[in-house]
Design a protein around this ligand. Structure first.
Ligand code: G6P
Length: 605
């Protein structure tokens, strides 16, 4: 979603703000802007182009000041337009950047209009700026505090004021905001990653907190106006994971990082003596009868894939719930339920709310599987398993997905052993397969040239069907999601057995049908489904295990995968679909890492 960087330094803050915006650009990119206090007034530069263009404009405008706020926007209220880009001003005295949604902005806007405020944007943010202005009597902290009392909804804000040139105030409710501490400076950001070059120590603000930064000093105030102590955490410098290196896009880089990411996530579990869930395991896993997984987007598909593992390896009931649906349903509590939120970012608003809802319904056993150790979900949850994918920049998730799968497989295996569902000998075989996964993934990545040849044939299409069965049905869903997200080709994933209940009507010689075909117990059923497509002239593209006997023939192209890889087979097949979506998108010339209308981390409902 949107990104915030702000701060007070001893020198010109503009280069730091721009560096932070570049790091945050993957989160939101409809527009961006920066404002500093310069010569007794806030001055701003905004653009509908990327941060690189903003940098040029900022230089041309000679923006220079030691106190500033900056923002990348993903539009919610108001179209992407310069007037709606942040920072938003009130009467050239107050400048605000804001992430989130103010739900009562319409009524607030009316009352502010009656007080004579003129609105220059369609944003909900402008009510925050004018409210702060209307409350301002020489103390920005008091004005922000009084403003937050009337705001409803989710927000993270950073505010500067003409009359207090060495001060920036931050506040959060629902949306993430951190304070970064430098040597002689202090910053605010929506993500520690934004401050990788200027801070090593961070304070994670809690809901309702207000941060008051004056020069390099920071005070945290709670909703009652009392100063509170918050832990300061050291965060190691982000590795160069975030550099593009020789790759053309982050998505491509992240696809190729998967062997390493999976090895980092699960590679330490060599033998039955290693307990992947640490000291928490006995309390967490004893008596588990049911696993309730919560997630959105690709993380939901990880849950759908793992559902089969929990049933097969652990013999427990498993539910994969879409967070935005689950949070508004009537949850029926059952004994022995482990709630497992799954999230790359750990900040997705719906999954966080679904976790809180489950907790409010009495679910105490919560284990978040997440790629960001300091995220809201990890902090909210009783236990956490941190995947080791490293920063994922491409909006379309790839390495986060496969590392989530590795973590979920370990969880299913661990519960299965505790319940006596699988023997030690069987567990050793599964662990060996997990350990061999990075090499197996490399061998799929080596098929990239064949997949590129398919992409040449497919990039002119406007529709595609993806079929799979059993453990591979979620891989068909994920293959379709990847293609539609980044190439804008309409794609649908279906369980192959459902073909004749509707989608078969779409099959003509103009319809490409992608199939994920492992050599599992459903292979013969899948082959029958494939024949149904052949008989209607559909163009088949089959990702088939080497031992399935699928061979290329008129109307059917086949890429031979390695031999069947057991229950971990979905992890291999998804790589082929990721590469396919990537190369189709490249040929269509889309913005692969920042697809239109989408955001990396969806921190609004
Ligand atoms: C967005 C991203 C997806 C991601 C989903 C869930 O839609 O574009 O790539 O799968 O959010 O995000 P999370 O961080 O909770 O996994």
């Amino acid at each position: 979603m949107c990104g915030i960087v702000a701060g007070v330094t001893q020198r010109n803050i503009v280069p730091m703000l721009l560096d932070g915006l570049k790091r945050l650009e993957y989160r939101g990119y409809d527009s961006c802007g920066v404002a500093v206090l310069q010569q007794g007034a806030p001055r701003r530069v905004r653009t509908l182009a990327r941060v690189r263009a903003l940098e040029t404009d900022v230089t041309a405008e000679a923006l220079d000041g030691s106190t500033g706020v900056a923002h990348t926007r993903w539009a919610t209220h108001g179209v992407p337009a310069i007037d709606n880009a942040h920072p938003i001003f009130s009467r050239d005295e107050i400048a605000v950047v804001h992430n989130g949604i103010i739900e009562n902005y319409e009524e607030l806007r009316e009352s502010l209009r009656e007080q004579g405020y003129v609105f220059n944007s369609q944003t909900d943010t402008e009510v925050i700026a004018h409210l702060i202005h209307s409350h301002y009597c020489g103390d920005l902290l008091a004005a922000v505090h009084n403003t937050t009392r009337v705001l409803r909804g989710a927000y993270a804000i950073a505010v500067i004021c003409r009359d207090e040139p060495r001060r920036v105030i931050g506040a959060r409710q629902g949306s993430p905001l951190v304070v970064g501490l430098g040597d002689d400076s202090a910053f605010l950001a929506s993500d520690t990653f934004a401050l990788a070059n200027c801070a090593r120590r961070f304070i994670y603000l809690e809901d309702g907190d207000i941060a008051d930064i004056v020069h390099g000093e920071v005070r945290i105030i709670d909703p009652d106006g009392h100063e509170v102590a918050r832990d300061i955490r050291a965060v190691a410098k982000h590795e160069d994971d975030a550099e593009l290196g020789a790759y053309r896009h982050y998505m491509q880089k992240e696809i190729f990082e998967q062997p390493l990411a999976v090895a980092r996530t699960a590679g330490h579990v060599h033998s039955l003596d290693t307990e992947p869930f640490g000291n928490a395991a006995p309390e967490m896993l004893t008596g588990i009868e049911r696993v309730l997984m919560l997630g959105c987007g690709t993380s939901h598909y990880a849950a759908l894939t793992a559902r089969g593992w929990f049933e097969r390896l652990a013999g427990v009931t498993a539910h994969a719930e879409i967070s935005s649906e689950f949070r508004y349903r009537d949850h029926v509590k059952e004994r022995g339920t482990l709630v497992v939120p799954i999230s790359q970012s750990g900040e997705t608003a719906d999954t966080l709310a679904a976790l809180r809802y489950a907790q409010s319904m009495g679910e105490a056993l919560t284990l978040t599987i997440c790629n960001v150790a300091a995220s809201a979900m990890v902090r909210q949850s009783r236990w956490a398993f941190i995947t080791q994918a490293g920063p994922e920049i491409g909006v379309a998730s790839t390495k986060a997905f496969t590392t989530q799968l590795a973590a979920l497989f370990l969880l299913a295996l661990t519960i299965g052993r505790r319940r006596g569902r699988i023997s030690d000998d069987e567990a050793v075989v599964y662990l060996r397969q997990l350990a061999g996964l990075p090499d197996a993934l490399r061998s799929v990545l080596a098929r990239e040239p064949q997949i590129m040849a398919w992409a040449e044939e497919l990039h002119g299409k406007e529709n595609a069907l993806f079929l799979g069965r059993g453990l591979h049905f979620p891989i068909a869903l994920e293959g379709a999601l990847k293609l539609k997200e980044i190439s804008y080709i309409h794609a649908e994933g279906y369980p192959a057995g459902e073909l004749k209940h509707g989608p078969l009507a779409l099959v003509t010689d103009a319809m490409p049908v992608m199939v994920t075909a492992p050599n599992d117990v459903l292979l013969d059923k899948l082959k029958s489904n494939v024949q149904e497509v052949c008989a209607r002239g559909g163009q088949l593209y089959v990702i088939a295990d080497a031992d399935t006997q699928f061979t290329s023939s008129p109307g059917m192209r086949v890429i031979q995968m390695p031999a069947y890889y057991g229950p971990l087979s979905p992890v291999l097949h998804v790589i082929a679909f990721q590469l396919l979506a990537y190369h189709v998108a490249c040929l269509r010339g889309t913005d692969v890492d920042k697809p239109r209308n989408l955001a990396k981390s969806v921190t609004v409902e």
